[in-house]
Design a protein around this ligand. Structure first.
Ligand SMILES: [Fe+2]
Length: 204
């Protein structure tokens, strides 16, 4: 598989090239995230690079809540993806994991985030944090890998995810916060199919 630049612009190509150089140079995911931070902050601060189409909710989203997950770039070998996640006002994602390290930041709107520890007999809420435009964090599983986000702004929130897997197409986990029940799920992308299923996926 070749690399896929769904949003094929100089900004995205230059960002991805910088990310790959950082990953090559770094001795650990932590170090890679540190090296990528300045370029990621710049991306979140840039008003121009992300077209409105990739900031749009998806009313018919199969996950409900109108949540849209838009692929912008993915590596041909599945080692990297860049996507936007659009969560309408008052909507929230299921509790879910990512199974890869990377950086996640807010581009539009505001969110409340709940982080869970799935390691015990039941799911335990360990932290809540409020995110505003430009806020971002390094996701380094197992730390912070299981979470749920809810949009608190009047307009949809848009977050930008850079993760070291093809997040929309890998099988991962959703959790019922009440019972702790886990089920496998694949979120898909709104705009691009996953290899095996031949149809566009949904969202988170
Ligand atoms: Fe997430």
């Amino acid at each position: 598989m070749a690399d896929e630049y769904v949003l094929d612009t100089p900004v995205v190509r230059s960002f991805v090239a910088g990310v790959r150089a950082a990953i090559d140079r770094a001795a650990s995911p932590e170090e890679a995230c540190e090296l990528i931070r300045p370029a990621f902050a710049e991306l979140l601060a840039d008003e121009e690079w992300l077209p409105a189409a990739y900031q749009a909710p998806v009313p018919e989203s199969g996950m409900g809540g109108g949540i849209g997950q838009w692929l912008l770039f993915r590596a041909g070998d599945g080692s990297l993806s860049l996507f936007s996640l659009v969560v309408p006002s008052c909507s929230q994602t299921p509790v879910h994991d990512h199974l890869a390290w990377g950086l996640v930041g807010l581009y539009r709107g505001t969110q409340d985030e709940e982080i869970y520890d799935p390691g015990g007999p039941e799911l335990r809420l360990t932290e809540t944090r409020a995110l505003a435009r430009g806020d971002f964090y390094a996701l380094l599983p197992p730390r912070d890998d299981v979470h749920r986000v809810r949009t608190t702004s009047d307009d949809a929130s848009v977050s930008v995810h850079l993760l070291t897997n093809d997040t929309g197409c890998v099988w991962r986990h959703a959790y019922d916060p009440e019972t702790g029940a886990v089920h496998d799920f694949r979120s898909g992308y709104v705009n691009v199919a996953c290899a095996e299923d031949g149809e566009s996926g949904r969202a988170i």
